[in-house]
Design a protein around this ligand. Structure first.
Ligand SMILES: NC(=O)c1ccc[n+]([C@@H]2O[C@H](COP(=O)([O-])OP(=O)(O)OC[C@H]3O[C@@H](n4cnc5c(N)ncnc54)[C@H](OP(=O)(O)O)[C@@H]3O)[C@@H](O)[C@H]2O)c1
Length: 266
């Protein structure tokens, strides 16, 4: 397989990142992964190369909550003289609970990964893409960005940042007649990734609720949206339907439904 293009995916070795990797690898992209856990990267690399023998994967272990993480990732790319055609800022996690009960250190760590790192990575790679007038950045947000999310207050707020920032930057690119695109993806709650376990949300109703989806459906939506040149992707067909009619649902009713969805069920 001739590797003509390169995609850099944070959190590429698990969940949505891994499932999206499969689509890009099948299309002949070289994969560059940045994740936290070495063993997980090793296992994921073996799995994907068994599925797609010609696929090339290069990876680096990096804690993306550290203030110099984006610089280190950028330096790794420069040292290896890779051109990043597509950057997917996917790494992220959530915390669950009433704000007075959640661990503030963990939440600050989440802000560092979900906001600060995504912001810095976008700036580093966007600059180079603008210089050659080519490239795509895909930022993974969440349906939690659409409305107030009790018990996910800080997580939802980090994803609201991702939405606002990504969509605004994409408008700036249009104003500059640039060929570079920045895509915002809002997946619904996903049943089958590590996200809910990592955030101690295994019993939260939404992961089996109204609009729950799977990593495969999200990856397919991202790939199709990328190919079609979309700039905003609401992922999961049930969430897409709800999103379309949400403007007609009174705020009080929306929040009543959100409070139900966000409860733990035993
Ligand atoms: N699952 C959902 O319901 C849902 C819904 C909407 C949006 N999202 C968003 O989708 C994205 C992917 O989540 P997922 O569902 O695929 O869950 P996941 O399997 O837990 O994936 C999260 C990825 O982020 C990486 N990561 C987390 N903290 C990191 C750090 N400090 N440094 C480096 N990498 C770090 C993880 O790396 P390691 O595995 O190596 O730790 C992992 O690969 C996240 O941004 C999440 O907010 C998820």
């Amino acid at each position: 397989m001739v590797m003509s293009k390169t995609v850099l995916i944070s959190g590429g070795s698990s969940g949505i990142g891994f499932t999206i990797s499969r689509y890009f690898a099948n299309a002949g992209y070289k994969l560059l992964w940045v994740s936290l856990l070495k063993e997980e990267i090793t296992a994921a690399t073996i799995q994907l190369q068994n599925e797609i023998p010609d696929c090339e994967i290069n990876s680096v272990v990096q804690d993306l909550s550290l203030s110099n993480a984006a610089q280190k990732v950028y330096d790794w790319i420069q040292e290896n003289q890779w051109n990043v055609d597509v950057l997917i800022n996917n790494a992220g996690f959530g915390t669950y609970g009433f704000i007075n009960d959640t661990d503030s250190e963990r939440e600050l760590n989440m802000i560092d990964v979900n906001i600060i790192n995504l912001y810095k990575m976008t700036r580093f790679f966007l600059k180079d893409m603008i210089a050659i007038n080519k490239g795509t950045i895909i930022n993974i947000s969440s349906n939690s960005s659409f409305q107030p999310t009790p018990k996910l207050s800080t997580y939802g707020a980090t994803k609201s940042f991702v939405n606002h920032f990504t969509r605004s930057v994409n408008e700036e690119l249009k104003m500059q007649n640039s060929n570079v695109k920045v895509i915002c993806v809002c997946p619904s709650a996903i049943k089958d990734t590590n996200f809910k376990k990592a955030g101690k949300m295994e019993n939260v109703k939404t992961f089996n609720g109204l609009a729950a989806t799977t990593a495969e459906e999200v990856a397919k939506d991202v790939w199709n949206g990328f190919i079609k040149g979309k700039s905003f992707i609401v992922s999961g067909w049930k969430m897409r339907m709800l999103y379309r009619v949400s403007g007609m649902i009174p705020y009080k009713v929306q929040q009543f439904l959100v409070r139900k969805e966000i409860k733990e069920v035993h």
